[in-house]
Design a protein around this ligand. Sequence first.
Ligand code: NZQ
Ligand code: ZN
Length: 390
Amino acid sequence: MKNFELWNPTRLVFGENRIEEVNKHIPADAKNILLVYGGGSIKKNGIYDDVKKSLLVDRNVVDFSGIEPNPRYETIMKARELAIKENIDFILAVGGGSVIDATKFLCVAIPFTESDPWDIIKKGLGKKVKEAVPFGTVLTLPATGSEMNSGSVVTREETKEKLPFGGPLCFPKFSVLDPRVVASLPERQLVNGITDAFTHVLEQYLTYPAQAPLQDRFAEGILQTLVEIAPQVIANPGDSTLAGNFMWCCTMALNGLIQQGVPTDWATHMIGHELTALYEIDHARTLAIIGPNLYRVMFNNKKDKLVQYGERVWSITEGSEEDRAQATIERTVEFFHSMGIKTRISDYTEDHAEVVKTITSRFEERKWVGLGERGDITLEKVQEIVEMSI
Ligand code: NZQ
Ligand code: ZN
């Protein structure tokens, strides 16, 4: 196991009806609160009313709605203008990963005056920024883990770039996880959430053995739980017990815990983000397209962990190590298919003639020429993975 330092300051408030408590987690001296949300689902399912009811009357609450899935820099800059005008001292994000990620960028962009706030992302200044407006979240979609981590992914419409950033000031002060929010999720978002969380675990587990048996068991525990509850949650999202377990899996998959002391990959995410930027394919679906092909192309690197994952999560024990590792990849694809997730780029768009060239030239420009846990996912490998995925 490698050396590590674990720090996660987010207070997690889990359980049914806990949205009612949101006010008490916001600092008492915060007077001007910006309520950030998406396209309006929270108005239909009652979450907006619950949040509003909780906020004290002596607070000035200003709404900013319209954060889109795969949040846009251009929209966040409008929120920044409003926040500065209204002298906002606390932000409450009510939504899924997109609303929370947008809020993370907003909180560091508000006090950033040195240059265009896009530089925070483009020039990798996320860890260097000294100031941020504090924020909390009410999670409405279990998937990304954004509610308990300091990462964010923002898209710039103008250039069709989707880029990650993050830093210590981007942890939420608190996140409310009320399983009741799952009831109104469309099946598309439920299966996206399961697939995203599942792949988050694989990015941090499906690498090479690192003498970290506890992290392995944490990771396998999340995978097994997701496999077990996925069909039940899809069939019955209104069951708060199932929904709560699903939520907890998603948070645990990317709150920093399971990656401590072990190698991580993340190349599936980096390639997947390009597919969303180019074709607006849902984030989770890009992972189901790319992940299995990445495991095929990087088979020798990942064989030992594929065998372990296959045995412990899918009970694959027959045949040679090679056969078992291959069968494990196929089983993973079947899992995605069983939830109705399609796993080829051409299932989503006909406009893919330039996809390989566009992705490899972007990666080359950004000097992303050695991704993965061993830094050996070269541009040639990326090309092979994307070609296989069409
Ligand atoms: O906009 P509204 O009206 O709220 O509707 C949303 C949106 O259309 C809807 N929704 C959310 N909660 C709902 C609901 N509909 C009914 N009932 C509810 N309770 O769901 C749609 C999708 O929402 P979105 O927030 O976009 O989904 P998700 O949580 O999957 O977030 C995806 C974004 O997170 C990024 C992705 O790249 C993508 O931009 N990620 C962030 C990560 C992080 N910060 O750590 C890690 C991930 O790997 C990922 O990259
Ligand atoms: Zn993800």
